[in-house]
Design a protein around this ligand. Structure first.
Ligand code: DHB
Length: 310
């Protein structure tokens, strides 16, 4: 079976969407809810609704995707209201809210809104949107990251996590994990897209997307080794009570299996969900079950975190 747990929560299937994909509107969220996915996360909501960046702002590449969406979303109030209705209709099926500030001071305001709501699920504070022109990714600034976590947890008493960008240096994993371990986090989600790649059309020598001169977040197969390293590195450094949503480069059941070997509790689908559609959940679930059968496992707990090294 593909059942899993994260914190005190249980899920019937290990797969979910990655925030941003198929989760902006009520109709899309309802389609996710009716799919085999074990849970879902809303598009990152900001205090005010946003139209996002000019189009084209998403493109499919040979081995993944590039995007510079610019946080288009219907606003935090819309997603809180959706989540409150969802939990009425589906008791025992916890979901995730994703939220981000356009500036650091927005984070405690978002936290307070969710704290004051009837939402009983989990909240992911996105510290890693790469696509808002002129705004650095918060999670690459460790002092600001720590200040935001301190401000959030002054008001927030519900289960919370952070969405992190990819890190590339082992010293960064040490520094970030040391900060995260000081706060009552339930989870991290690793990784967000690889910030600021560039794709060029060989026929026209032109970029694939319009915002930011063509720079955008890269996802899909390009991201997989980096996602595996990030999940593994954080699993080795975080408190045992902090769970991990593994995100990045999953296109096969084997990819999901490997993220779980590195320590993932849930596995989210970004680029593959965007390009293949909701059928990806069915295909990947059956591929992951085949991979487990081949290795003689009947539950995720038997191999989670059990990566072997030489
Ligand atoms: C956007 C935000 C993200 O966190 C991400 O990884 C990709 C895109 C966005 O809306 O621009």
């Amino acid at each position: 079976s593909l059942t899993t747990t994260l914190g005190d929560y249980a899920f019937q299937n290990v797969f979910m969407n990655a925030s941003g994909v198929h989760c902006q509107t009520e109709a899309e969220l309802d389609q996710l809810a009716a799919s085999p996915a074990g849970t879902l996360v809303t598009k990152t909501g900001t205090l005010e609704a946003r139209a996002g960046n000019p189009e084209p702002r998403f493109a499919q590449l040979a081995l993944g995707t590039i995007n510079s969406m610019g946080l288009p979303n219907l606003g935090i109030d819309y997603y809180i209201a959706y989540a409150e209705r969802f939990q009425e209709k589906h008791p025992g099926r916890p979901i995730f809210l994703s939220v981000a500030g356009m500036k650091p001071d927005d984070f405690p305001l978002l936290a307070q809104k969710i704290q004051d709501s009837g939402f009983t699920g989990l909240t992911e504070f996105n510290l890693s949107c790469p696509n808002v022109p002129g705004k650095p990714q918060i999670a690459y600034d460790f002092d600001t990251t720590e200040a935001i976590l301190a401000a959030i947890f002054k008001v927030f008493k519900k289960p919370a996590g952070v969405k992190l960008p990819p890190y590339f240096d082992l010293a960064q994993f040490d520094q970030v994990a040391a900060i995260l371990n000081r706060y009552p986090l339930t989870l991290i989600n690793s990784i967000n897209s690889l910030g600021n790649g560039l794709w060029i059309d060989p026929a026209t020598d032109t970029t694939a997307i319009k915002p930011k001169g063509g720079f955008g977040g890269i996802g899909g197969q390009y991201a997989k080794p980096i996602a595996l390293a990030n999940v593994r590195a954080f699993r080795q450094r975080l408190r045992g009570d902090i769970s991990i949503i593994g995100t990045g480069g999953v296109t096969t059941g084997r990819d999901a299996y490997e993220l779980i070997l590195c320590g993932a509790n849930l596995v989210s689908l970004g680029s593959i969900l965007a390009t293949e559609g909701l059928g990806a959940f069915t295909r990947l679930s059956s591929e992951l079950e085949s991979e487990m059968a081949k290795k003689g496992y009947t539950s995720l707990a038997e191999f989670r975190g059990q990566l072997k090294t030489l």
